[in-house]
Design a protein around this ligand. Structure first.
Ligand SMILES: *Cc1c(COP(=O)(O)O)cnc(C)c1O
Length: 369
């Protein structure tokens, strides 16, 4: 079976090997006589799946021991509330607004935090640039600073995480890394908490991954639901309530797949990162060299994962999408707030998929110019 290339922004493509393993284990996981979906989350089978997923992620992403890895539910949007419920402690929270997602997060935090302060915004540039950290207006005594490290809709990505200490702030950095988790390494020395929904780069929708430093646990506001209190979740090894067992299992298969990736002498996340750089570079180079397509994001903050682009003649959009589908290239339509096209090149997208997209774009351009 020849599967099409799927450029969806999320839920997104899952590596074919992972899908095949999940299919082959669907009726009987490792001789247990049960599907993973039918197991007690307190039984030894599922506990072994969950513990392995956690330790594989820790190893893959080099997560230091002072961080907890939590498997939660509610997605990135629920974390927009759960983070201030746990971390705001009645103080001001700072936001850098770099696109649609951080803007949404800021709005939600306003329901729970005493005060929300915008330290910087890229809105004046229609989110085609990232505000330089040296210009951020950090508030004194902020309980945390939130950034979205990869803006899925606008296609901007922090190539380096800001060093808040160097900017004179003791506030922990919170990153929403939903759409580039496990696509590159993370400098954990700069991070207090990271969260991400699984459905972009880790597996099926329904699982949210949270990585949180020890000292940030135990400060939840009284109104915080117990199931969303990071300390309660951590103390119960993500089993305070029934966790999203299927999502944890498929994410675990994805972590195993990631550990086995190789590019030259690089292995695991380093290999993935090398491949992601090459994939994105090849599409950006093609777009920049063409007079037919355009990407408006400044070169130093272009996302490796989500590449929005426009046809200069937008009357051909529907034609472009229909032709793409006929060429087995799916879900390229841009987000409604931005328009145009968007190619999401998550970990599961091979270089061959990017090559096929570029070949189609070249052919379409030739036909219409
Ligand atoms: C997809 C996404 C979310 C939203 O995730 P849900 O699971 O739909 O709540 C949040 N932040 C970013 C950056 C995303 O890409």
């Amino acid at each position: 079976m020849n599967r099409p290339y799927n450029f969806s922004a999320g839920p997104a493509a899952i590596p074919e090997e992972v899908l095949k393993t999940a299919a082959s284990e669907m009726l009987d996981w490792h001789g247990s006589g049960m599907s993973v979906m039918e197991m007690s989350h307190r039984g030894k089978e599922f506990i072994s799946i969950c513990e392995k997923a956690e330790s594989d992620f820790r190893e893959l992403m080099a997560v230091p021991k002072e961080f907890h890895i939590l498997f939660m539910q509610g997605g990135g949007l629920a974390e927009n509330a759960i983070v201030p419920l746990n971390l705001s402690r009645g103080a001001t929270v700072d936001f850098v607004v770099s696109g649609s997602w951080s803007k949404k997060s800021r709005k939600e935090a306003g329901k729970y935090a005493a005060e929300v302060h915008t330290a910087a915004s890229g809105e004046d540039s229609q989110f085609t640039t990232l505000p330089d950290p040296a210009s951020w207006q950090l508030s004194r005594g902020a309980s945390y600073l939130h950034i979205c490290s990869n803006e899925t809709i606008d296609g901007v990505e922090f190539q380096q995480l800001p060093d808040l200490k160097a900017l004179g702030s003791d506030a922990p950095l919170v990153i929403d890394f939903s759409s580039h988790v496990a696509s590159r390494s993370v400098d954990w020395s700069k991070v207090g908490l990271a969260f991400g929904g699984a459905q972009k780069n880790l597996g099926p929708a329904g699982l949210t991954l949270v990585v949180v430093r020890d000292d940030l646990l135990g400060h939840a506001l009284p109104a915080c639901p117990s199931a969303f209190d990071y300390k309660v979740v951590a103390d119960n090894a993500s089993m305070f309530n029934t966790p999203p067992t299927w999502g944890i299992y498929v994410a675990g298969l994805t972590f195993e797949w990631l550990k086995n990736q190789r590019e030259g002498d690089a292995v695991g996340i380093a290999a993935m990162e090398r491949r992601n750089v090459a994939k994105a570079q090849s599409l950006y180079d093609f777009i920049d060299a063409s007079g037919f397509y355009v990407n408006k994001v400044a070169a130093n903050c272009r996302s490796r994962m989500n590449i929005p682009f426009f046809l200069k003649d937008e009357s051909r959009n529907d034609d472009f999408l229909a032709g793409a589908k006929a060429h087995q290239l799916l879900q390229l339509k841009g987000h409604k707030s931005v328009g145009g096209m968007r190619a999401s090149l998550y970990n599961a997208m091979p270089m061959a998929g990017v090559d096929a997209l570029i070949a189609y774009m070249r052919e379409f351009e030739k036909k219409h110019s």
